[in-house]
Design a protein around this ligand. Structure first.
Ligand code: SF4
Length: 231
């Protein structure tokens, strides 16, 4: 509560002026300490109760996205976590976590602004997860590599409809057959972005507009260029 109050002057007023509601009438709330990250004005830890809407979390506590950008989605659990579209920002944190399928202790919410390609976001997420996998079991070790290859294929404008079905099946297999939690959650961003942003996956298929492919191929080229510069 202290951190929230420091970042939100109106909260201090609320705390200092009793509203006349007797303490016994107040519902106990379980406050969580959550780090806001990503493209948002106020990055840092906030104490947030589960009945706070996602809209209030990103716009009031987080201050919204910089440069008047709109917020497109959030990711529960950080940059490799489960996505939820802005269409569901009216849900309370508790309901939003349920809808996204998040279980466990939430410590981080990453904010994704408009303009970010969710397929690229999913590919970057799986790419960063792969290095941390021990490789002991085949579904996780091989499956995650195939997922990354399929996402690269889509981003490069060469994907077919069957690739999206295969992605779906692979994610299910990895999630059900991986031996440990790390393997099971490795495909969280891929699965949830396919669920809430399916149209972005479909728009990248080879059979769709050449224009869209060209822009994604350009992005892929820029990415390779950037990686080469870093190396
Ligand atoms: S599921 Fe766990 S044990 Fe299996 S390869 Fe992945 S990280 Fe290793």
């Amino acid at each position: 509560m202290i951190i929230e109050a420091l970042k939100s002057p109106e909260k201090i007023d609320t705390l200092q002026k009793p509203t006349g509601v007797k303490p016994a009438q107040l519902k106990p709330t379980l406050v969580r300490n959550i780090e806001l990250s990503g493209e948002i004005k106020n990055i840092g830890p906030f104490e947030i109760s589960p009945d706070t809407t996602i809209s209030r979390i990103v716009n009031h506590f987080g201050g919204g996205a910089p440069r008047s950008k709109k917020i497109k989605a959030v990711q529960f659990g950080g940059e490799t976590g489960l996505c939820l579209s802005s269409a569901d920002f009216g849900l309370t944190l508790e309901d939003a976590l349920r809808k996204a399928g998040f279980s466990g202790k939430l410590t981080q919410i990453a904010v994704i602004p408009e303009g970010v390609c969710m397929v690229e976001l999913a590919r970057d997420s799986i790419a960063s997860t792969i290095d941390g996998l021990c490789g002991k079991c085949i579904p996780c070790r091989e499956g995650t590599k195939r997922v990354q290859e399929l996402l690269d294929k889509l981003i490069d404008g060469a994907g077919e409809e069957e690739d999206i079905e295969l992605l779906d099946d692979l994610c299910d297999t990895i999630s059900y057959t991986s031996l440990c939690r790390l393997g099971k959650v490795s495909i969280s961003t891929v699965e949830s972005s396919m669920r809430f942003f399916k149209e972005e996956y479909l728009s990248l298929l080879k059979s769709k507009s050449k224009e869209i492919h060209t822009s994604h191929i350009k992005n892929a080229e820029n990415r390779i260029l950037k990686q080469a510069q870093i190396a």
